[in-house]
Design a protein around this ligand. Structure first.
Ligand code: C5P
Length: 216
């Protein structure tokens, strides 16, 4: 009975992109739709978990969850950090912008006749920061989207961010990654266990991830 597998477990899921303001009318962002995180949130909710979602700007109906909508990486970090200690499981599915403009211009930046330069500063790495204070009874799951040396980079992130699982989607595969409803993943556990999937709907990837967690 799948319904009871995560009964009463507290699960935090970050999803979607973040937007980093340049000036009052412009921002830096990415193509994340939040669909993978959404499917994971639904799967946990069906399995009886108490789900909290921290969502960047996405076009998804998140009304079935306790949802915190945020815009920037700093806001996402602030909310996730506040909720972290009470969670049993954290899933870092957000495509957090790595950089934000060093300063947000108060007024709309004027067009120049020359090249323009935007100075960027590094954003907080939410999975890394929360990984530093992860307790032994907490489980952290991250994602990696790579275009080359996929397995190597995924394993580096698994260790660096103190994750228990990392889900690798290769940007090289048709029907995987941003925007589409399907995905093809490899799931690496810190113990060395690996599970590979075919190209399957993101809802099935979510179920696969829950199954892996259940098996431990
Ligand atoms: O961007 P990167 O490939 O390092 O992302 C790997 C994992 O870390 C993902 O689970 C992502 O959600 C998380 N991450 C984060 N905060 C960042 C960058 C990435 O939580 N600033």
């Amino acid at each position: 009975n799948r319904k009871k597998d995560f009964l009463g477990k507290r699960v935090l899921i970050t999803l979607g992109p973040t937007q980093e303001n340049i000036d009052p009318v412009r921002f830096i962002s990415n193509h994340s739709s939040g669909k993978m995180g959404f499917e994971i949130a639904k799967a946990f909710q069906h399995a009886g978990a108490i789900v909290s979602v921290v969502a960047g700007p996405v076009h998804l109906d998140l009304s079935q969850f306790t949802t915190h909508r945020v815009t920037s990486a700093n806001e996402m970090f602030e909310v996730a950090n506040r909720l972290h200690s009470e969670q049993d499981i954290c899933v870092f599915a957000a495509a957090v912008a790595d950089y934000a403009p060093s300063e947000i211009a108060k007024e709309k930046i004027k067009k120049l006749d020359s090249e323009a330069v935007i100075h960027l500063k590094k954003n907080p790495d939410i999975a890394l920061e929360l990984g530093r204070k992860k307790k032994p009874n907490q489980l952290h799951i991250g994602f990696a989207l790579e275009t080359e040396q996929e397995e190597r980079y995924a394993l580096e992130k698994l260790h660096k961010k103190n994750l228990d699982w990392i889900v690798l989607n290769s940007a090289r595969d048709e029907g995987a990654g941003f925007k589409v409803d399907t995905n093809k993943v490899s799931i690496f556990h810190s113990s060395g266990r690996v599970t590979h999937s075919a190209v399957i709907p993101k809802s099935e990837v979510a179920q696969l991830i829950l199954n892996e967690i259940k098996l431990g």
